[in-house]
Unconditional design. Structure first.
Length: 201
């Protein structure tokens, strides 16, 4: 297995030799994800007039990933996931894991399609594994239906990218990682079912 090592201690030398390739992957993968989210935002907006504003939300989905303090750490986050998927070892620069966690916290706190944005609780992400639940349930009951619709578009898009199902993700996280009301839960599964099972998927 190839191990990507990092050079030197100077700031401009802190990046891996293949940083440009990492950045290109981040750009390509993120734009593909955003386009997929926009597709499902439109699909949900067409499903019900209640979600007509979802198309505009889709236009700015994940825009914060292209700004500080998220952009550089998210290049590493995207590459780290790619390396894991490809079975390639990747060595992070010193301090980058903390920056990656900080960028993730900034992202979920700044974007309404993430349940964490609606909670004032600290420690909203699991710093050992961003894909697993934190120690305490996150209260997502303040999310609007529009927030939930964009969240579902995000989940379905990730499911398509990863070759799995948003329903499986919901089963593992709804009222386990994030606390939703019964009405919110019903809406989540209704929209997932529509997006994943409709013949126009």
């Amino acid at each position: 297995m190839k191990i990507y090592k990092l050079a030197g201690e100077k700031e401009k030398e802190d990046k891996p030799e293949n940083y440009d390739k990492m950045k290109d992957w981040f750009d390509k993968r993120t734009m593909k994800h955003i386009e997929m989210v926009q597709k499902y935002c439109k699909k949900i907006a067409d499903y019900s007039d209640d979600f007509k504003d979802l198309i505009e939300r889709g236009k700015v989905h994940d825009a914060s990933k292209y700004e500080d303090p998220e952009i550089d750490p998210y290049v590493y986050i995207s590459w780290d996931y790619k390396c894991k998927d490809d079975g390639v070892d990747f060595e992070l620069p010193d301090g980058m894991e903390d920056r990656m966690n900080g960028a993730t916290e900034h992202h979920v706190n700044s974007n309404k399609h993430h349940p964490e944005c609606h909670s004032d609780k600290k420690g909203k992400i699991n710093r050992e594994n961003r894909d697993k639940a934190p120690d305490e349930l996150i209260n997502a009951t303040e999310m609007t239906d529009l927030d939930i619709a964009e969240m579902v578009a995000d989940w379905v898009s990730m499911g398509v990218e990863k070759g799995n199902s948003a329903k499986t993700w919901a089963d593992k996280n709804v009222n386990i990682r994030w606390k939703f009301t019964d009405a919110q839960k019903d809406l989540i599964y209704e929209l997932i079912d529509f997006c994943e099972n409709d013949s126009g998927k």
